[in-house]
Design a protein around this ligand. Structure first.
Ligand SMILES: [Zn+2]
Ligand SMILES: [Zn+2]
Length: 233
């Protein structure tokens, strides 16, 4: 058992480690965009008969390091462990990590990418999904109006009901109309949103990262940190 002071210090170390991972993920996204006509990677895309996630698109830009997709506080949903959500007690699927292959989508992550207002025609998210299967709301950097006020990555995922077994790598609006203002991860009940002493880490499009009370992240008719548009709703 840790003494309270030691336990507090450990918590702070984990939070800083996670914050650093967020910064590297944002950097990796910029590198990906430089090589791909200024475009963001899809949050999720079909590759033939299967689907894959943002993590496979960024993998080489994070130096093939699966640990950057995880938060040290989260022990169960860990990308680096290579455990499929579809078969968590089965054999490790380490070989699919970071690859645009079948079952990569089934690996959970400690850190999620942002596709909050995901329905086409709403506040455009940084990580969209390509047509024709999905919304066709892919984003480019020239659409980002306020990089220091656009969240790209955050702690955890939004699958609060456990309804989307594959989707353990995505922050989205689960409650109410996906495009409406008022997204509040704390009110929504996202466990990841209260991971670091009731707060959570976020990586912003300008390369910064910071710890937030997720309930205070703006999502209103004047300002929304979850949208490429500065005034989206
Ligand atoms: Zn974290
Ligand atoms: Zn919003």
């Amino acid at each position: 058992m840790l003494l309270p002071a030691l336990s507090k210090a450990k918590g702070k170390t984990q939070q800083i480690y996670c914050l650093n991972s967020m910064r590297q993920l944002v950097q990796a996204t910029h590198m990906y965009s430089n090589d791909n006509q200024d475009g963001f990677p899809p949050i999720q895309a079909a590759m033939g008969s299967y689907e894959t996630t943002w993590r496979s698109y960024l993998y080489r830009y994070v130096g093939d390091n699966p640990n950057l997709y995880d938060c040290p506080v989260e022990k169960k949903e860990v990308y680096a462990l290579g455990k499929l959500t579809t078969n968590p007690t089965g054999p490790a699927a380490l070989q699919v990590r970071g690859k645009p292959v079948e079952f990569e989508i089934d690996l959970p992550s400690g850190i999620g990418a942002v596709n909050v207002h995901w329905i086409r025609g709403g506040a455009p998210p940084p990580f969209g999904r390509p047509a024709p299967i999905y919304e066709g709301n892919m984003c480019r950097w020239n659409a980002v109006e306020a990089p220091s006020k656009l969240v790209l990555f955050g702690d955890g995922n939004s699958d609060i009901y456990g309804a989307w077994q594959h989707d353990r790598w995505w922050i989205w609006k689960e409650v109410g109309d996906a495009n409406s203002a008022g997204f509040n991860r704390v009110a929504q009940g996202d466990r990841g949103a209260v991971r670091h002493s009731r707060r959570s880490n976020y990586g912003f499009a300008d390369g910064s990262a910071s710890l937030w009370n997720a309930a205070l992240i703006p999502c209103n008719t004047v300002q929304c940190f979850w949208s490429a548009k500065a005034d989206p709703h």
